[in-house]
Design a protein around this ligand. Structure first.
Ligand SMILES: *Cc1c(COP(=O)(O)O)cnc(C)c1O
Length: 454
């Protein structure tokens, strides 16, 4: 089977996510068949390669086919592939829960598992409401979120999100959460620091909670970087203030670290940079190093205690079939081992300095605006009215062996933590070249194997 065969069969049988399928048929959005992955590279069936500069939808931390994660999953496969977690337990889920808790300094003592990020957010929302219900305050049944937030695409998570592209069609189905302004540092006034901006924007949160706190169960936010909303970055000061306001008004703070967790922002968890802890922490994407679907909601012992009772209905009666899957837990344990053994955060700091310098030509491009950087995430907005910019840039990047998917007119980089200097240079130089070509509108014809209809 060659590239074209896989493309044609996929177009006929697979309904691809987040995609207008017609664009795969017209070639506007080339469908790229992948045979195998190694390190930061993906290879198609003709041996053509792509640098995975977005970590395959923000999940892959240490590259593809990592020997230590592969070995852990293979070992687990011969021991126990899966077992019901209701009434049963197993080594990997116990060890993973203990180690995750230790990584929060014991502040979040219990782990509740699901298989994807959206389910983790659903769990956190249900837990928060149910906590207040068990406390005799069922009227605390509303949620508060930030403008530009993204927490997933199920009905419950869309209702606490603010990305119209994913949400607007389903508005009649949603019980919309209240929204307060985002502390987006791009909105800092002249002479204002990002921290000043965060303090100014937090007054809206304060004002909202002062009036409505008795009906609000939780504030949910993405610490430091709002991902799918456009790689919006903000100062940790906002998190400190949000924590203080939530304490004052008896509202839970849910940290959705599904994207920013596991070193993405420079610290293991993003909320650490504000010196705070949330009441509920949602983790997924990088949790298994990008290997297997797994998510977890970590809760304080106080949260857990509110459900601990003789009455079954005071318990948290939520479950998913693959909850705590042992293979996924072993991949997660191997991922935590790599963090512990390889000084990953230090290496990333050094890499980030070099890569930021390499991006200078992109930052200085006359149509580049608001370059921003946090840990292992870089983003820049491109001033263009071209509604096709996103697709043009995507195709031009693929032509240069790069997998980069702009969010609207925002180009971002979220590479795995293993790029060497050659790969970093290729990425930075290829991105500027792709930008220039996309803006010229002189898109070269698509190459063989890049989704052209046979
Ligand atoms: C990706 C993401 C989710 C949803 O996770 P899925 O596994 O795609 O359901 C939720 N919140 C944030 C911040 C995310 O980036």
């Amino acid at each position: 089977m060659d590239n074209t065969d896989w493309i044609n069969r996929s177009r006929a049988a697979v309904w691809h996510p987040c995609t207008q399928m017609k664009q795969h048929d017209t070639g506007a959005l080339p469908l790229v068949p992948i045979d195998r992955g190694q390190g930061a590279w993906l290879y198609d069936f003709a041996g053509r390669r792509y640098l995975d500069a977005i970590s395959s939808w923000w999940v892959n931390l240490f590259g593809h086919a990592h020997p230590r994660i592969n070995a852990a999953v293979k070992d687990q496969l011969d021991r126990l592939e899966h077992v019901i977690l209701g009434g049963f337990t197993h080594g990997p889920v116990v060890e993973l829960s203990e180690r995750l808790s230790a990584l929060t300094g014991g502040a979040l003592g219990h782990c509740f598992y699901a298989s994807d990020g959206s389910s983790a957010v659903e769990i956190a929302l249900k837990m928060s409401f149910h906590y207040w219900r068990n406390h005799g305050q069922p009227e605390k049944n509303q949620f508060l979120c930030l403008a530009s937030s993204y927490h997933g695409e199920t009905l419950g998570t869309l209702s606490v999100g603010d990305v119209g592209l994913y949400k607007d069609a389903y508005a009649p189905l949603l019980r919309q959460a209240a929204t307060v302004p985002s502390p987006d540092a791009r909105q800092a006034a002249a002479g204002e620091t990002a921290a000043d901006c965060a303090r100014r924007v937090a007054t809206a949160l304060e004002a909202y909670l002062a009036v409505h706190h008795s009906s609000i169960a939780a504030l949910i936010l993405e610490p430091l970087v709002q991902g799918a909303g456009g790689m919006v970055m903000y100062d940790p000061e906002y998190l400190r203030l949000a924590r203080a306001r939530c304490d004052r008004y008896q509202v839970h703070l849910i940290a959705d670290e599904i994207m920013v967790g596991f070193g993405r922002t420079g610290t293991l968890f993003a909320h650490e940079q504000a010196g705070i802890r949330p009441d509920l922490l949602c983790l997924s994407k990088g949790l298994t190093g990008g290997y297997l679907p797994l998510s977890v909601v970590m809760s304080t012992d106080e949260m857990f205690a509110a459900f601990y009772d003789d009455a079954i209905t005071r318990g948290f009666l939520h479950s998913h079939s693959y909850t705590g899957n042992p293979l996924a837990c072993r991949a997660a344990l191997a991922t935590l081992d790599i963090f512990a053994e390889d000084a990953v955060l230090e290496r990333n700091r050094r890499f980030a300095e070099r890569f930021t310098a390499l991006l200078e030509p992109l930052v200085k491009h006359p149509q580049a605006r608001h370059f921003r950087h946090c840990g292992m995430i870089w983003a820049v907005d491109i001033a263009t009215d071209d509604p096709e910019f996103r697709l043009k840039f995507y195709r031009e990047a693929l032509q240069r062996e790069l997998l980069l998917r702009p969010l609207g007119t925002t180009i971002y980089f979220m590479p795995p933590y293993i790029l060497d200097d050659t790969e970093a240079t290729l990425l930075a130089e290829g991105a500027v070249a792709a930008l220039e070509a996309a803006l010229e509108g002189s898109s070269r014809p698509l190459g063989e194997g890049l989704g052209v209809k046979a």
